[in-house]
Write a protein of this length. Structure first.
Length: 587
């Protein structure tokens, strides 16, 4: 058993000349070696001591993924502090809550935009000793630039950091992950060195990552999934991390990085799907026919692979004509594993990529078990199922259907919250997920719903909303769906539309609509959409059938507060915001 500083510094030494981090600045990719990465973490750790950061104090970090984020996080752990990431979309009030809750002594902010949030709340944070701006030149109001911060450590001997690291034990809490939550204030998940080291080592091995592999960092580092893949995972064998410039440049950055593995939350995969579909719609008729033929072969081949049967004879030809080109266009030529996590993904999206020879491996878990509880592998996956138990851990379904897990990946509890800890962790060490699921004869988990999100209709029948929502998102034009019906006479749904599909489907419907706003207001489009919903209903149980649908004119977004930072529906917020539309569905 090791602590994170022990594992990190050993890797920095073992892979000293190899590339550790790549970031694009002034139009070129700049490389930081493992030796340089280790040296900067040591220097930043000394700077934290110079600023008076004690062991056990909090350190907050808010900003898009960049080398300084990694360095600040690792340095905080080296001195025994507790780093806590904050989502970039957080309000000043949310920043104030987390910063005060974790007793933060130092706050790292990306740029002037994030700095303004802290300058607005600085007076409410008496424990805060310093604010450090990671983007050089953006420091005002007494904040330190990154170079000024590092310089603070030059007067502190390395022995002071070594002494802090020497007192750390693998079972000590070393980081806080604030859950985004669909309701209420976030809870702070306490993770130990061993939680992180053990989980990332097992996940790295199961995913098939190897020394020298490249990964791309673009999802929020305040979420355990991204932190595990790009920040903590590479300390096992020296992977190189490429930092995307932004969410908007991900396509171009993937083409540069050509990662050996790629993790996308469902909405990322859905947007890639929408992009491929939109490009395909522009193809000439012959190319469309070839693509449709290849996708049929691809889907049959994907299911044959899962069932350990031979793929269709023409699969290699379809691969050469279509699949290989799609991989190349996406920047995934070298990717050995494609994965999804953090929220439910529709079977339609999974089968879309399967039909292109791009099987997506589902991973199920939560912050409270350091990320993964189950994983699929490229050679062992079932479409629509969330993988099998992490090697060396335990998984069970409780009597009421709740998914429970136990092992070295299970967290230490919630920081300053014994009550919720006791509700989540039982006396036998089982973590109660709050999700409902089943485990098949092959050990594969299927998550069917959230325990607390089950809809109970006025007739007393239980409906799993996520199952129905996934089916609705199988309609190509539907981009998002939220099912309603708790204590109501029947099930209905709010949906948003894919702008790229609207003109295509509007033409089929005989509607003049060209935008989601126009489609939402067009009776012909609404009538046509409901014919698609009725086709979905035919595959559902009677109680699950959607009786009415309301099209929302705009997508639900993180910025509007309707989605969590991991793109889960904030059901309560959505119900309150669209209360009028919901009442129309039941008028």
């Amino acid at each position: 058993m090791q602590t994170i500083p022990q594992a990190f510094l050993a890797t920095a030494q073992a892979y000293a000349p190899s590339a550790a981090l790549k970031v694009k600045r002034q139009g070129a990719w700049q490389v930081t070696t493992w030796a340089e990465y280790g040296g900067e973490v040591r220097r930043a750790a000394r700077a934290l001591i110079a600023l008076g950061v004690d062991a056990g104090a909090g350190v907050t970090i808010i900003g898009f993924n960049r080398p300084e984020w990694f360095v600040a996080n690792m340095a905080a752990i080296c001195v025994g502090a507790l780093p806590a990431g904050i989502y970039t979309t957080s309000s000043p009030e949310q920043c104030q809550y987390i910063t005060a809750h974790c007793d933060a002594a130092v706050a790292f902010v990306e740029n002037a935009e994030q700095l303004r949030k802290y300058l607005a709340i600085q007076g409410e944070l008496p424990a805060l000793k310093a604010i450090v701006v990671m983007e050089e030149g953006d420091a005002t109001g007494g904040a330190l630039t990154w170079s000024q911060f590092l310089a603070k450590g030059d007067a502190v001997p390395q022995a002071a950091v070594d002494a802090r690291m020497a007192t750390q034990q693998p079972d000590d809490v070393c980081a806080l992950i604030y859950t985004s939550g669909t309701t209420g204030v976030p809870k702070a998940v306490m993770l130990s060195h061993d939680n992180i080291i053990w989980t990332t080592e097992v996940a790295t091995r199961m995913a098939g990552f190897a020394a020298g592999d490249d990964v791309i960092s673009y999802l929020p580092l305040s979420h355990i999934a991204e932190a595990g893949v790009s920040m903590y995972g590479p300390i096992h064998h020296g992977r190189c991390v490429w930092f995307a410039q932004s969410q908007e440049t991900l396509k171009a950055d993937l083409l540069d990085a050509q990662p050996h593995g790629f993790l996308g939350v469902p909405r990322v995969w859905e947007k890639i799907q929408e992009g491929i579909a939109a490009e395909g719609a522009k193809n000439p008729p012959l190319k469309k026919k070839i693509s449709a033929w290849a996708r049929k072969i691809g889907l049959a081949g994907g299911y044959a692979e899962q069932e350990k049967r031979a793929k269709p004879l023409l699969w290699p030809l379809a691969n050469a004509l279509v699949f290989r080109k799609v991989r190349g266009a996406l920047g995934l030529t070298r990717a050995r594993i494609l994965a999804t996590s953090a929220a439910p993904i529709s079977k339609d999206t999974l089968e879309f990529f399967l039909s292109l020879g791009l099987p997506i491996c589902e991973i199920y878990g939560m912050s409270e078990c350091t990320g993964p509880a189950t994983m699929s592998q490229p050679h062992k996956y079932h479409t629509g199922k969330a993988g099998f138990c992490l090697e060396g851990a335990e998984l069970k379904i409780a009597e009421d259907g709740e998914i429970c897990m136990r092992g070295r990946h299970v967290f230490k509890g919630y920081f300053k919250d014994a009550e919720n800890t006791a509700l989540t962790l039982d006396s036998e060490g089982w973590l109660h997920s709050g999700d409902i699921g089943t485990i098949d004869a092959g050990g594969f988990l299927q998550v069917t719903d959230r325990k607390k999100e089950l809809i109970i209709t006025a007739g007393g029948e239980n409906v799993a909303p996520q199952l129905v929502e996934g089916a609705l998102k199988g309609i190509p034009v539907v981009s998002q769906a939220m099912v309603i019906g708790d204590r109501r006479r029947y099930i209905s749904a709010l949906v948003t539309l894919d702008p790229a599909r609207v003109p295509i489907d509007a033409a089929t419907a005989g509607s003049p609509a060209r935008t989601p706003e126009e489609a939402a207001a067009c009776p012909k489009f609404n009538a046509w959409l409901f014919t698609q919903v009725e086709q979905v209903n035919a595959k559902l149980a009677r109680v699950q059938s959607v009786r009415k649908v309301k099209i929302l004119p705009h997508e639900l977004t993180i910025e509007s507060g309707e989605l969590t930072p991991t793109m889960k529906l904030k059901r309560r917020v959505i119900l309150e915001r669209y209360a009028g539309e919901v009442e129309e569905l039941y008028a």
